[in-house]
Ligand binder design. Structure first.
Ligand SMILES: [Zn+2]
Length: 218
C-alpha cells in the first residue's frame, strides 16, 4: 500500500465480492428522512481475516457512515506500538468507529463520535489525520496561545511523519474491532472497567420497526 494513504482493500482478481444493499427501516440521524440504505461488502484483509465493510447512506442529504466489522470480533482490546523509525510507519492500522486512538507524545486523542469513520491505513496515515486537525487548530484556534501550541505540535508531527521522532500509537476498542498489525505491537485485553471508561461510539441507531426515531446522541 502507498504510505500514508487509506485504502479500501479490493481484491486484485476480477471476481469482486458480492455487495449487498438493503433498505433499513429507520430514519436518517442527520436530516430525519426515512429509509436509509445499507451496503455491505465482505472483505478478506491480508493477515487479518474476514471483515464486513458496511456503509449507511441517506439519499436525501448525503449522510454517510462507514464501518468495518471484523468477523472474528473479540473482547475489548488495547493495541500499543512504539514507532521507532520510518519502517514502523508502515505498520497497518485497522480502526473501527468505536475505537479511541491516542498519540500521547502529542496529547492527541481521536475519539469515537457520530462522524468518526472506520479506516484501514497505517501509522503514518493516522499521523496525517491528526495533522489535518492540528492544521485546522493552528488557523482557527480560539486564542493565540492555542494557535501557537497547535503550530508547535505541527512541527513535532512533521518530524514523526519523517520518521525522525519516535512516538507511541495506542488503539483502544471496546468492540475488539481495531488493531495495529506489527510484530512489535503489544496487545492486551482491556478490563471491564477500562472498557467502560472509554467513550462508546455515540452513533446509535434504533432499529425497532415501530421506531421512527434514529438517535444521534453524544
Ligand atoms: Zn439524511
Amino acid at each position: 500500500m502507498e504510505r500514508g494513504d487509506d485504502v479500501c482493500p479490493v481484491p486484485e482478481s476480477g471476481d469482486l465480492p458480492p455487495v449487498s444493499e438493503i433498505t433499513i427501516d429507520t430514519s436518517c440521524p442527520a436530516c430525519g428522512a426515512p429509509g436509509l440504505r445499507m451496503r455491505s461488502l465482505a472483505l478478506e484483509i491480508p493477515y487479518f481475516g474476514g471483515a464486513l465493510q458496511t456503509t449507511i447512506l441517506c439519499g436525501a442529504c448525503g449522510f454517510r457512515h462507514a464501518d468495518v466489522l471484523l468477523t472474528n470480533e473479540g473482547p475489548p482490546t488495547r493495541h500499543r506500538l512504539r514507532v521507532r523509525g520510518s519502517s514502523d510507519l508502515n505498520a497497518r492500522v485497522v480502526r473501527s468507529s468505536s475505537c479511541t486512538v491516542r498519540v500521547p507524545e502529542l496529547g492527541a486523542v481521536m475519539e469515537p463520535s457520530m462522524r468518526s469513520e472506520s479506516f484501514i491505513s497505517n501509522a503514518e496515515g493516522v499521523l496525517r489525520r491528526f495533522r489535518g486537525v492540528f492544521e485546522f487548530l493552528a488557523r482557527n484556534g480560539d486564542s493565540e496561545a492555542r494557535r501557537r501550541a497547535a503550530r508547535k505540535s505541527l512541527g513535532v508531527l512533521e518530524r514523526m511523519i519523517d520518521g525522525r521522532e519516535p512516538f507511541t500509537l495506542v488503539l483502544e476498542d471496546p468492540s475488539g474491532n481495531s488493531a495495529i498489525l506489527h510484530e512489535a505491537a503489544e496487545v492486551r485485553t482491556l478490563s471491564e472497567r477500562e472498557a467502560r471508561r472509554l467513550k462508546q461510539n455515540s452513533f446509535t441507531m434504533d432499529l425497532r420497526p415501530d421506531a421512527s426515531r434514529a438517535r444521534a446522541s453524544r
